[in-house]
Design a binder for this molecule. Structure first.
Ligand code: ACK
Length: 281
């Protein structure tokens, strides 16, 4: 374990990213943008700016810092430090020059140059990262959101796991109270149906990543409107009785859950029951 991160000076990040210039954007995620920054002595880093505030973002920021501060492993992204400027939070990571596995596999330069040998190495790297989280962290860590966009590649295409905002330390939390989360297509069926969350949830997601590496296809393509319609038609009658919602949904929020969340639960449930044939584990 390493045990410390640096508190970065906002001015240094501002200067390093050229005042958060658009041309220095590495990519965009749900939380905000990731910038490439060049700090003093030509040290290159990636700066994640958390633009959306709110409780969830706040919690994910803290979770990420608290977990990554303790972890040092060749297949897990290094968090170098953080910065809080007015209301905005920043996370500073080692720079991963080859972006995410998702972009490599499905990005604009499609049919990427990843050879079978490289794909195999990436699969092994991901397995090593997961093994570390599950077997060597004490207490064990469940990532909970493993997917190709959270697997980053350095200059030599070494793969590292990133995005620990949703990760949990196994055994410390009452799992039935953890908010339903994860990504469509990667979520283990037993988690959706019974809220059963274990390290095996990550293993299921790893299986999906292996299929992605093998087939070069995304696990779930965007649903066409007609598909959405049929999912909702199929699932809604079964879910309109809120008491019948799978017990993955925290009882405290069952009554107040908005329709968007309900649809999400329905869609995910259907996808788990009837996955695309080529992705059946
Ligand atoms: O596929 P990408 O280019 O790689 O787009 C995503 C985007 O930011 C949102 O996550 C990229 N990204 C995230 N963290 C890093 C990092 N440490 N180094 C380089 N790129 C990163 C990711």
């Amino acid at each position: 374990s390493k045990g410390s991160v640096t508190l970065f000076d906002y001015k240094a990040l501002e200067a390093g990213t050229g005042n958060f210039q658009e041309q220095n954007i590495l990519g965009v995620g749900g939380f905000g943008c990731v910038y490439k920054a060049c700090l003093d002595d030509n040290f290159q880093v990636a700066v994640k700016r958390l633009d959306c505030c709110g409780q969830d973002a706040e919690r994910e920021f803290e979770n990420e810092v608290n977990l990554l501060v303790k972890i040092q492993h060749p297949n897990i992204i290094s968090l170098l430090g953080y910065c809080i400027h007015e209301e905005t939070k920043f996370l500073v990571y080692e720079l991963m020059q080859n972006g995410s596995l998702e972009t490599q596999l499905h990005g604009p330069t499609h049919g990427s140059a990843l050879s079978w040998h490289m794909r195999m190495r990436i699969a092994l790297d991901v397995a090593r990262g997961l093994e570390y989280l599950h077997e060597h962290c004490n207490p064990p860590v469940i990532h909970r959101d493993l997917k190709s966009s959270n697997i980053l590649l350095d200059t030599n295409f070494n793969a590292k796991l990133s995005d620990f905002g949703l990760a949990i330390i196994d055994g410390t939390q009452n799992k039935s109270n953890i908010k339903l989360s994860g990504t469509l297509g990667y979520v283990a069926p037993e988690y959706l149906l019974d809220g059963k969350l274990t390290d095996k949830s990550d293993v299921y997601a790893f299986g999906v990543v292996l299929l992605e590496l093998l087939l070069g296809k995304k696990p779930v393509e965007k649903l066409a409107p007609a598909q959405c319609q049929s999912i909702v038609t199929w699932a809604m009658p079964q879910l309109t009785d809120r008491s019948k919602l799978p017990n993955i949904v925290d009882p405290a929020i069952k009554d107040t859950m908005d329709l968007k969340h309900l649809y999400q639960v329905a869609a995910v449930a259907v996808l788990c029951v009837q996955p695309e044939p080529s992705y059946r584990p």
